[in-house]
Design a binder for this molecule. Structure first.
Ligand SMILES: [Zn+2]
Ligand SMILES: [Zn+2]
Length: 249
């Protein structure tokens, strides 16, 4: 079978599966989406109660500016731990001599994207697909399961994320009670940080003011007294870096 015939057949299979998926889970009733790449978890939601958690495999992305497709196994900016599952599709392409399945990135159109997604679903299995749209980049996600709200991944997702009224969801960060955006008080950190940096599993963004640093040194470290003085509080990652640029001196 040549590639076009094969892709066409898989697209028609996808349409049937997708119709069921959309209907049974009321996918189009959700207005917002958010995904956590490290957990490969997609959350569709309207508010805190009306929501759906889905497990996914990232298939690839389509850049609307350059009109290029990129398979996620080829994408260094894709952080999903399961992205290399898509190498199975690549191997299938090698066996059948379908070059579109084996090249990492190339120019294409939206039909290509749906074909790749359909072929991935047939190769890897799944319950449907989701296209996460943003202004310049569309991410094609293969949905493999619906996650229970009490599942380990959803609990992890909700704990690891801080919800800030101004910035939305982000990673947690910690600062002493004295740091604010009124006047600069110094900014001591547990380690040197920069915006968007990756953190080790046991690392957190942590900062305190000059006064706290004096107390900490007098107490030979974070004694009970020093901790009481600092009263470290939780803030969002973006608030942290706003505090950093304002308080650094
Ligand atoms: Zn302080
Ligand atoms: Zn914030």
């Amino acid at each position: 079978m040549d590639y076009e015939q094969f892709a066409d057949k898989k697209c028609r299979e996808l349409m049937q599966i997708q119709e069921r998926f959309m209907e049974q889970l009321s996918i189009s009733s959700y207005q917002h989406w958010y995904y956590d790449a490290e957990l490969a978890l997609l959350r569709l939601y309207n508010d805190d109660i009306d929501q759906l958690y889905l497990k996914y495999i990232p298939i690839g992305t389509f850049s609307l500016t350059s009109e290029t497709w990129m398979w996620s196994w080829f994408n260094d900016h894709s952080f999903e731990p399961n992205k290399n599952s898509t190498l199975d599709v690549m191997e299938f392409g090698l066996e059948n001599d379908y070059p579109k399945l084996t090249a990492g990135t190339f120019s294409g159109d939206e039909f290509d994207c749906w074909e790749f997604t359909a072929i991935s679903l047939a190769t890897l299995g799944g319950i449907g697909v989701y296209r996460a749209p943003s202004e310049k980049l569309q991410s094609y996600l293969l949905i493999t399961a619906v996650l229970d709200e009490n599942s380990r991944e959803v609990i992890h997702f909700n704990q690891a994320k801080v919800k800030c009224k101004i910035h939305g969801r982000s990673r947690p960060a910690f600062v002493c009670q004295h740091l604010n955006l009124e006047y600069p008080k110094g900014f001591e950190e547990a380690f040197e940080t920069y915006k968007g940096m990756e953190l080790g599993e046991d690392d957190d963004f942590q900062a305190w003011c000059d006064e706290c640093e004096k107390v900490r040194i007098r107490n030979n470290g974070w004694s009970e007294y020093a901790e009481e003085f600092a009263k470290i509080k939780l803030v969002c990652e973006y608030c942290y870096f706003e505090l950093k640029s304002f308080n650094c001196r």
